[in-house]
Design a binder for this molecule. Sequence first.
Ligand code: GLV
Ligand code: GLV
Length: 320
Amino acid sequence: MKPSIFITRKLPDTVIEPLNSEFEVEMWDKEDVPVPRDMLLEKANGASALITMLSDKVDTELMEQAPSLKVVANLAVGYDNIDLEAANQKEVVICNTPDVLTDTTADLTFALLMTSARRIVEADRYIKEGQWKSWSPLLLAGADIHHKTIGIVGMGSIGEAVARRAKGFDMNILYHNRSRKPEAEEKLGAVYVKLDELLAQSDFVVVLAPLTEETEGLFQKEQFKAMKKSAFFINAARGAIVNEEALIEALNTGEIAGAGLDVFVNEPIDSNHPLLSLDNVVALPHIASSSTETRLAMMNLCVQNIIAVLKGDKPKTQVK
Ligand code: GLV
Ligand code: GLV
């Protein structure tokens, strides 16, 4: 019997083609609806490998029902949806998709920063709603980006890629990270600072840290109070790093100037959520790595990782 693989979302046939000759491949048949939990558990039972989305919880309950499971390839660089300890105990290899998405994610993060600062979404809405009556001296005047200070919280490879973009805009680069990054300091002139100093000095606070016990709820009322009133808060990491109530209050009371958000505590966020009613919020549906090229590269990497593990080889990108 061929080992079986379950894929929790519909992926293009060309992506799964390399699996077909040696494995039994089954795929949830919807692109934009997650597989129901009970079906995921049922399919995991008997599967040797899973390709999962960041919206699927891969926990003890799942692994206990999946005695033949050898590898889970998560279609994301983040893996906070996966219980690594449980995976270790069950000797299930966990893979993610770093590197292939770094520049694409950095592009979107910088675009979100620029969109927020220069009020691009508001301006688009303004013209399409027929509000444009004349050129006016301060019409939709935003904030400058060049020569301002960016503060990057989480200086992994995506953080560094954002810093490279910031350098091209002659920005001052501050960063905060668990460990120092001497190479980024030397090459990009990035300056390591404590978080409170980063918050006090930055015109743009950009969060790119993974969601961990240390970063969960890192941004509370106090952190937004510590920021400049003219500052923008950009989050392309995970929603749960931020207390959204505190963010809403900071945006409403003018503690900060605006926010660009690609991620939310609950995804998909309810369209009636108060964050979405604010003009100084630009909201995106978790699309930072979503260029066609990069999403296909991420899918192909998941497929290669699964083939490697099931053949007894070392996968390209195993989570430590
Ligand atoms: C997306 O958020 C990812 O972790 O790849
Ligand atoms: C976050 O995902 C990072 O690589 O900085």
